[in-house]
Design a protein around this ligand. Structure first.
Ligand code: SF4
Length: 751
C-alpha cells in the first residue's frame, strides 16, 4: 500500500504578490527575451527554435514552432545528427507537459496547520536563508545538504554546485544521477583514467556485432534503437538480459541468464575468447595494463562452471564466443541492468575488459559504451560540482582546489576540502540526525529512491525540506516545507550533454506560468538573499556560466574551449567533447561524429587502459521459502519518463502507458491460481504493492517484473548499493506473490 502523506495538503490558488527589485528584473528579462513581454499588442513573425529534447540522454534535436511568439508544436529536427528527423512519443509531447493544472506558479510555504500558503519570492528567499542558516548555526555547516538532478541545464547545475559549496558553505550535495550513471562514471574513471564514454551514435550503424547487456533500447532509448535498425551490415544482435525484453525479441541471441549472474557470464566469455585465440595481442600489449592477472583470474570461469552459475547452456556460451570472435566491428552497450547492481562497477568493467581484450575500441562500430539515462546526466557528471569538484577534479586535492579558485576568482578557502556524501549517505545522515535541512531540485526522491516507504519517513524527519520543481504535486513536493516554482524545458535556456558527449542547446520558447522562474534565476535570487551574490556577480545569464564551464574544462579530457557560443552549437548540430581551441584551429568545423581513443591512448598518466576485476559476490537478498521470487524492475513503457512527473501530464502519453502491473511466468501463475488481469499482491520485507497480473513467458519462472514508473515498485526494492559507485541495486530483491481478486474476463489495458 502507498503510505498516506505524512503531512496534510491543500493547494491554494496562486496569488500574485508585488514584484520588487531583483525579482522584477529577472521576470522582465525572462519574458522580454522571448518577445512575450509586449503580447498581444504586436504580431510577431512565425519562427522555429532549435532545442535538444528534455527527457532522455539520447539528446534528440527538436524544432519548437512559434506562432505570434507562442510555442504551438514540436517536430523532430531532420538535420540533427542524433535523431535525423525521428522522435519518440515523449519528444513529440514536450510542450503538452508544460500545460498542467498542478504547475507550481508561486512559492508555497507550509503553515503550522499543515496547509500550504502562497507567498512572495521575497518571503520565500528570506525563509530559505533564515531556516537553513539557523540549522547550520545550531548543528554545523554539514547539517544542510542538497539533492540535484540530471534534468536541468548544465549552467544551472554548475551554478547550483558553486552557490551551495562555495557560497553557502554546504559540503554535502549529490545528484539523482547517482541512481542511473554513477556506476558507469566510476567504471570509466578507473579503467580509462577519466569518465569518458568513447562512442558516437554512428557506431550503432557501423557494427557487425552489437552486444546489449542489461539494456532495452527498444523501450528505453527508442531513437538509439532506430539507429540500430538503420545498420546496413545485417549485424548480429546479442541481448544479455534475464527477461525477454522488446529488444531481446529482435535479437539473434537472447542470453536469458539468471538474475545478477552477469559478472560470471562476462568473465566466462573472456576466458573462452582467450582460449579461442581471439585476443588482439598487439592492442593489449601496446595499450593496456593488467592483462596477465586478468587472464589468470578468468581462467577458472570455464564453460561448465559458468553454465551452472548463469543457467546458460555450454552450447550457447560457445556460440556467443564464436559470434564475438568473428566480428570485425563489435560494440558492447550497457545501461541500467548493469549500473543498478550491488557489483555494477565491476560488471561494467567486465564489459570494458571484453572490448579491450578483443581490440574493439577506438575504431568505427566498436566500443564499451554506456548509454546514459537522463537528458543531462553527462552534464551532471562533469560540471555539477557535487561529488567531483568541477571538471572531474577532486575536492581533496589542494592543487585542484587552487586551480578552480583561480579560474573562478573565488577565495580558495571557500572550497570544501572533503568530498560530499553520496545520496545514500545523505539519506543515512538524515536518519542519524546529522543532516536536518535538505534542498531537493528537480527530482522526486520520495518516489525514485530505493526502499521508498522508509524514505518518506526520513524526509518527514527533516527540520526543513525545500523542493524546487515545476510541479507542486510530486510525491516529494507534497512533503516539503517550502516549494519553489521552477520553469521547465522549453521555458529556459542553457545546454545539455548527451550520452555520446554531444553538447547541445535548450531554448526558452514559452513563458513559465505565474511567478515560476528558471532554476538559474532562482539561484541568482537565493545567492543575493544569502549574502554571497557578489561571489557570482559575473554570472547574470546562463551564457556567462557557459563561459566559466569552458574555462574550467581547459586542458581536461572534457575540454570544450573550442566551442565559440550557443549559436555554434546550433549551427553544428551540437559538438561532442573534447573540442579544444587547438582542435578548432586545426580542423575548423567539428566533425559530425567523433569517437575517443582512436590513437589507443587512454587518460591514465601512462596512456594505458586497465583490466579491473573481482570475484563475483552473492546477491544481497537471496530468495527463500517466504520470499521465493526475484523481483526485476525496469522501464515499462516508451511513453513514460522515470517517475512520470512530467509525462503523466500528457493524455496521449498516459493512453500509451500500461496500468501498474506485474509480469508473472505462466507456470507460476498456474501454480498460484492467477489469471491474466487478476489483482495480485507483491510483498517484500519492506512493503507491499497491489497491481494487475500480466501472465507472460517474457519473465522466467520464479521471477517477476514491475515497471519503475509505478509508485509502488520502490516500496518493495532493497536498500543496497554498489560499494564503488554507491549506486543502488534496483534490479534484484526477494518478494512473494499472491492473488487478491479474480477478475474473470477483464483484459489488461492502458490506464
Ligand atoms: Fe526525447 Fe529521448 Fe525520445 Fe529522443 S528518444 S525524443 S531524446 S525522450
Amino acid at each position: 500500500m502507498i503510505p498516506s502523506d505524512v503531512k496534510t495538503k491543500r493547494w491554494p490558488l496562486p496569488v500574485l504578490h508585488q514584484r520588487t527589485g531583483k525579482l522584477t528584473e529577472r521576470l522582465n528579462r525572462e519574458t522580454s527575451e522571448i518577445g512575450l513581454g509586449s503580447l498581444p499588442t504586436r504580431k510577431l513573425p512565425d519562427a522555429v527554435m532549435k532545442s535538444v529534447c528534455g527527457f532522455c540522454s539520447t539528446g534528440c534535436g527538436l524544432n519548437i514552432h512559434l506562432r505570434d511568439g507562442v510555442a504551438i508544436s514540436v517536430t523532430p529536427d531532420v538535420e540533427y545528427p542524433v535523431n535525423t528527423g525521428m522522435a519518440c512519443p515523449k519528444g513529440w509531447e514536450s510542450l503538452r507537459v508544460l500545460d498542467a493544472p498542478d504547475r507550481a506558479t508561486t512559492p508555497l510555504l507550509r503553515q503550522a496547520n499543515g496547509d500550504f500558503q502562497a507567498i512572495s519570492w521575497q518571503q520565500a528567499t528570506a525563509t530559505f536563508c533564515d531556516r537553513f542558516k539557523s540549522i547550520q548555526a545550531e548543528h554545523g555547516p554539514e547539517s544542510v545538504a542538497f539533492l540535484s538532478t540530471g534534468q536541468i541545464a548544465t549552467e544551472e547545475m554548475f551554478f547550483l554546485g558553486c552557490l551551495t559549496k562555495f557560497g553557502m558553505g554546504i559540503v554535502h550535495g549529490d545528484g539523482n544521477t547517482r541512481q542511473c550513471m554513477a556506476t558507469a562514471a566510476v567504471a570509466y574513471k578507473q579503467s580509462f583514467g577519466f569518465d569518458s564514454p568513447p562512442f558516437t551514435y554512428a557506431d550503432l550503424e557501423l557494427s557487425d556485432v552489437l552486444v546489449f547487456v542489461g539494456a532495452n533500447p527498444c523501450l528505453a532509448h527508442p531513437i538509439i534503437w532506430q539507429r540500430v535498425l538503420q545498420n546496413r551490415n545485417n549485424p548480429v544482435l546479442i541481448v544479455i538480459d534475464p527477461r525477454k525484453t522488446e529488444t531481446a525479441m529482435a535479437a539473434n541471441e537472447h542470453v536469458a541468464l539468471m538474475p545478477k549472474s552477469d559478472l560470471a557470464l562476462l568473465y566466462g566469455l573472456a576466458h573462452l575468447l582467450i582460449e579461442a585465440g581471439a585476443v588482439d595481442q598487439d592492442f593489449v600489449k601496446a595499450h593496456t595494463l593488467g592483462y596477465e592477472e586478468f587472464r589468470r583470474h578468468v581462467s577458472t570461469f570455464d564453460a561448465q562452471t559458468v553454465s551452472q552459475q548463469t543457467g546458460i547452456s555450454v552450447e550457447q556460451l560457445h556460440r556467443l564466443v564464436h559470434l564475438i570472435a568473428g566480428g570485425k566491428r563489435v560494440s558492447f552497450w550497457w545501461t541500467m541492468g548493469v549500473n543498478q547492481s550491488y557489483q555494477g562497477v565491476r560488471t561494467a568493467q567486465s564489459i570494458i575488459n571484453l572490448a579491450l581484450l578483443t581490440g574493439n575500441i577506438g575504431r568505427p562500430g566498436t566500443g564499451a559504451n554506456s548509454i546514459t539515462g537522463q537528458s543531462n546526466a553527462m552534464g551532471s557528471r562533469l560540471f555539477s560540482n557535487t561529488t567531483n569538484l568541477l571538471g572531474h577534479r577532486d575536492f581533496t586535492s589542494a592543487e585542484d582546489r587552487q586551480c578552480v579558485a583561480e579560474i573562478l576568482s573565488i577565495p580558495v578557502d571557500r572550497i570544501p576540502t572533503k568530498n560530499s556524501l553520496a545520496y545514500d549517505q545523505i539519506m543515512a545522515g538524515i536518519e542519524s540526525g546529522h543532516i536536518r535541512g535538505l534542498w531537493v531540485i528537480a527530482t522526486n526522491t520520495a518516489h525514485s529512491w530505493i526502499g521508498s516507504s522508509r524514505v518518506r519517513e526520513l524526509l518527514a524527519k527533516l527540520d526543513f525540506l525545500v523542493v524546487q520543481d515545476m510541479y507542486h504535486s510530486t510525491d516529494t513536493a507534497r512533503l516539503a516545507d517550502l516549494v519553489l516554482p521552477a520553469a521547465g524545458w522549453g521555458e529556459k535556456e542553457g545546454t545539455f550533454i548527451n550520452s555520446e558527449r554531444r553538447v547541445g542547446t535548450i531554448k526558452r520558447a514559452s513563458r513559465a506560468p505565474g511567478q515560476a522562474l528558471a532554476d538559474f534565476s532562482i539561484l541568482r535570487l537565493l545567492a543575493d538573499a544569502w549574502g554571497c551574490g557578489e561571489l557570482f556577480s559575473k554570472w547574470q545569464r546562463p551564457v556567462d556560466v557557459f563561459g566559466a564551464m569552458k574555462q574550467i574544462s581547459a586542458g581536461r579530457a572534457c575540454d570544450i574551449t573550442g566551442i565559440e557560443d550557443y549559436a555554434m552549437l546550433d549551427r553544428c548540430g551540437g559538438v561532442q567533447w573534447p573540442w579544444t581551441v587547438s582542435d578548432a584551429a586545426t580542423l575548423g568545423v567539428p566533425p559530425t561524429h567523433r569517437r575517443l581513443f582512436q590513437d589507443g591512448r587512454f587518460y591514465h598518466s601512462d596512456g594505458r587502459a586497465r583490466f579491473i576485476f573481482i570475484e563475483p559476490k552473492a546477491v544481497p537478498e537471496p530468495t527463500c521459502a517466504e520470499y521465493p521470487f526475484v523481483l526485476l524492475t525496469g522501464r515499462g513503457s516508451v511513453s513514460q519518463w522515470h517517475t512520470e512527473t512530467r509525462t503523466a501530464k500528457s493524455p496521449m502519453l498516459r493512453q500509451l502507458s500500461p496500468a501498474p502491473s506485474v509480469e508473472v511466468n505462466p507456470s507460476d501463475a498456474a501454480r498460484l491460481g492467477i489469471s491474466y488481469g487478476d489483482l495480485v499482491e507483491v510483498v517484500s520485507r519492506r512493503g507491499r504493492a497491489e497491481v494487475r497480473a500480466i501472465v507472460t513467458s517474457n519473465v522466467q519462472p520464479n521471477q517477476l517484473f514491475m515497471a519503475m514508473h509505478d509508485l509502488q515498485t520502490n516500496l518493495l526494492t532493497l536498500e543496497s548499493v554498489d560499494s564503488e559507485s554507491r549506486q543502488p541495486c534496483y534490479k534484484h530483491c526477494a518478494v512473494n506473490l499472491r492473488r487478491l481478486k479474480k477478475e474473470s474476463g477483464v483484459r489488461y489495458g492502458c490506464s
